[in-house]
Each structure stands twice: as C-alpha cells, then as structure tokens.
Design a protein around this ligand. Structure first.
Ligand SMILES: Nc1ncnc2c1ncn2[C@@H]1O[C@H](COP(=O)(O)OP(=O)(O)OP(=O)(O)O)[C@@H](O)[C@H]1O
Length: 217
C-alpha cells in the first residue's frame, strides 16, 4: 500500500510541530523518517499510521484521501493493514510470548485463535525459537523489540510502522531488527521507520528528512 503525506502541518497547543511535510512511502520499500531530536519524526509516523490527525494537509492511502475518515474506517485500516512497533513496544508483560504475538489479530475476532504453527514460524524468523510459553516480562529489551516485530509478522500486515526500532539495542540485536525490517519490505510491504540510527538509515531505500521547526514558532 502506498502511504502518502501531502503538505502535512501539525500544530499542538498553538505550537507548530511540523509544517508542510510531504512524503511518499511505497510498497516494497523501507522508508526512514529522519531529523534531529524533536523534529517531529514520531508525530509524522503517527500521522502516517492514522493515529493522529494533522491540523492541515492530507494522508492518502493508495491515492485515497483519508481526511474525512471516521473512527470506523481508521479501525478497518488498523485491523486489516497496519502493524505498529511503537516506542513502548505495546507488549503485555504479564502475558506469554505466544499471547502477545496473537493478541492484536485475535482481539478483532470473536474466537481467540492462536495458530501454533504460525507462532512457531514467526518466533523462528525473529530468533525467539521455543520461547512461546515464556512470560513476556522475562524477555530482554532487544527480545521484546523482536517480539513486537514477530507480532507484525504474524499479523501479515501490509504496512509496518516502527518508531526507533533499533534504539537501545546492542549491535547484534540492532542488525537483526534491521534485517527483519528489510525482509518485510522485500516481501512487498510498506515499512516506515522513525529513526536516528545511521545504520538503519543506510539500510533504508528512501529517506525523508524532516525540516524541524525553529524555536519560538
Ligand atoms: N501531544 C503533544 N503535545 C505537545 N507537544 C507535543 C506532543 N507530541 C509531540 N510534541 C512536541 O512535538 C515535537 C516533536 O516531537 P516528536 O516526538 O514527533 O519528535 P521526534 O523527532 O520523534 O523526536 P525524538 O527523536 O527526540 O524522539 C517535540 O518538541 C514534542 O515535544
């Protein structure tokens, strides 16, 4: 799916956080949103994922303007197409690894079904083999990040939005996360990351540098 921000401006509490940002995120590509701290990378990622409405400008999904979308249409997008790897990973620590992987997919269904075979497959892809029954709280920071990616893999989402996915990971874990995100893009998905990790930027196929706002605006 092609996700596009067209002249997006965000004003929060009378403060302009970003102004007239435009970016096209294509399927099959890993797009990095870059810029100095406070430039608005997280905010733009949330706007592109329809988690935040911009003050002005449009977000287009496969050319369709989402400006007038209500809660129902946005929910359908999240349910069917998007997976988020946000800064707190959205991991429920007191639940098992397998529960965390299947939760976003099963929350939308009446039956709580966990396809064990697929859980094993995504655990193997993320280097968490055999950990399905473990409590998520027992995982390290890097493992939790990979668990969030395993959940995105399980969901088979067309659009993956990740906020600083390599932050505070050691080199080996960071490399692994980058490889996984590249793999997801190679499979034809739209992968969008907010990052200030140079390795992540080099691995990206496209880069959008946020202008950042001057103080006092
Ligand atoms: N809900 C909000 N209310 C007020 N200000 C906000 C809100 N969300 C973001 N901001 C401000 O907007 C600016 C951009 O924030 P954002 O988190 O998008 O930047 P970033 O580029 O991701 O930064 P970092 O690299 O430090 O994570 C910051 O100055 C932040 O304080």
């Amino acid at each position: 799916m092609r996700i596009e921000a067209d002249q997006v401006t965000m004003i929060i509490n009378e403060r302009t956080i970003m102004e007239n940002e435009s970016v096209v995120c294509s399927p099959g590509a890993l797009t990095a949103l870059v810029g100095p701290s406070g430039a608005g990378k997280t905010t733009l990622l949330h706007v592109l994922g329809l988690l935040l409405r911009p003050t002005s400008g449009r977000v287009l999904i496969d050319g369709v303007d989402t400006t007038s979308w209500g809660a129902k249409q946005r929910r359908l997008f999240w349910k069917h197409h998007a997976a988020f790897i946000l800064q707190d990973y959205g991991i429920i620590e007191e639940e098992s690894v397998a529960f965390n992987i299947t939760m976003t997919s099963s929350l939308f269904r009446s039956k709580v079904v966990g396809d064990e075979e697929r859980v094993r497959k995504v655990l193997s892809e993320t280097g968490l083999d055999g950990r399905e029954r473990e409590l998520a709280a027992r995982l390290s920071g890097g493992e939790k990040r990979r668990l969030a990616i395993a959940r995105a893999l399980y969901k088979d989402a067309q659009v993956i939005l990740a906020d600083e996915p390599t932050a505070s990971l050691d080199e080996a874990n960071g490399d692994r996360v980058i490889e996984l995100l590249q793999l997801l893009a190679k499979q034809g998905r739209t992968v969008i990351v907010a990052t200030h990790d140079e390795k992540m930027m080099r691995a990206a196929h496209a880069e959008h540098a946020l202008k950042g706002m001057r103080h006092g605006r």
